[in-house]
Design a protein around this ligand. Structure first.
Ligand code: PMP
Length: 337
């Protein structure tokens, strides 16, 4: 598989954005109102109590302790905290291929030696090459697993306790489970963080919570890791409006559950429609679908102001939006194919 070159999406601001796995919904009004209320109190640094409130709510949501939570500027901020604090130039990092593009970016910025484990095609899904993953992870400083995987949409270790315990015991470094799509997949390794201090979890409110523009996320980990990270940060690292957004979102998590349910239904609809068009589409437990196709679908769709992603040559990734957006995409693909 060869990485594809990036395309210029700048002229599709008005079109259908199905290339970044964003939620199709704007941040909810009840969140915007609360932010406006705080901002109208004047020009202030945030009070550290707000950070504590966010941690309490996130801990409750994940059935862990507040001391296991580190608030971050988005999921990328959580990944950066790990790559920048726990790996030094020349150290080894292991991750799947394909996987989330920022693992490669942060590895390169930090001068890390990269060992990639190619995913294996398995019917409707993609799966881990477990033997290779175990083998290469032994001496890695960081192992990053996006579970479910971006861009394939497949579950990886799927919170399987036996497989994960074996990996955690076998690995000296940190294993990052990137659960950016947790609200869609419904499984997590959060119950393992106390038993295995080298397991950390990346989460984001950019997806089902629809807060991508705020950049709010968090890490879940053993108290020792979180304490170490707390020493590298200030309570102001997540901007006040974003922290308020995060707090109000975590006070009302059912809205994200509803969005995740709706998008998951739309995903099944889109999956079936893409199959009817004769496309080779894989099953997914996320808010996007992965397609194998050698034709150029990207440019004809871009001229129709529909953006999809070509993460790798011969493959496409399409974000699942509203039912209407799915229908528009299908209609346009039908014309093109
Ligand atoms: N991890 C994965 C697997 C992702 O797909 C993304 C976003 N596309 C992130 C992390 C980063 O999320 P955020 O937007 O919160 O930085």
């Amino acid at each position: 598989m060869k990485e594809s070159k990036e395309y210029d999406y700048s002229d599709i601001k008005e079109g259908l954005r199905l290339h970044l796995n964003e939620s199709p919904y704007s941040p909810p009004d009840f969140i915007i109102q609360e932010i406006t209320k705080y901002l109208s109190q004047g020009n202030r640094y945030q009070h550290p109590d707000l950070s504590a409130r966010f941690k309490d709510l996130v801990a409750e949501y994940n059935k862990v302790e507040p001391s296991n939570i580190f608030p971050t500027p988005g999921g990328d901020g959580a990944l950066r905290s790990m790559f920048y604090n726990f790996a030094n130039p020349g150290d080894t990092v292991v991750y799947n291929y394909p996987s989330y593009s920022m693992y490669s970016v942060y590895s390169s910025v930090r001068g890390l030696k990269v060992n990639r484990v190619n995913l294996l095609e398995n019917g409707d899904w993609w799966k881990e090459d477990l033997d290779k993953l175990y083998d290469l992870s032994k001496n890695a400083k960081i192992v990053a697993i996006d579970d479910p995987n971006n861009p394939t949409g497949s579950p990886m270790l799927k919170a399987d306790k036996k497989l994960i315990s074996a990996l955690a015991e076998n690995t000296k470094g940190f294993i990052i489970f990137d659960e950016a799509y947790y609200e869609f997949s419904g499984y997590s390794v959060s119950s393992l963080i106390n038993e295995y201090p080298n397991i950390v979890i990346v989460r984001t409110l950019s997806k089902a919570f629809s807060l991508a523009s705020f950049r709010v996320g968090y890490l879940i980990g053993n108290k020792e890791v979180i304490d170490a990270l707390n020493k590298t940060s200030t309570p102001f690292d997540v901007a006040l409006p974003s922290l308020i957004a995060g707090i109000v979102a975590m006070e009302n998590p059912s809205y994200a559950k509803n969005i995740a349910n709706e998008i998951s239904e739309n995903r099944e609809f889109l999956y079936n429609e893409l199959k009817k068009l004769g496309l080779h589409v894989y099953k997914s437990v996320t808010n996007f679908l992965f397609i194998k196709d050698d034709r150029d679908l990207l440019n004809p769709l871009l001229t129709r102001k529909i953006a999809i992603r070509k993460p790798i040559n011969g493959y496409y990734r399409i974000t699942v939006g509203t039912k209407k957006q799915c229908e528009i995409l299908i209609e346009n693909l039908g014309d093109i194919l």
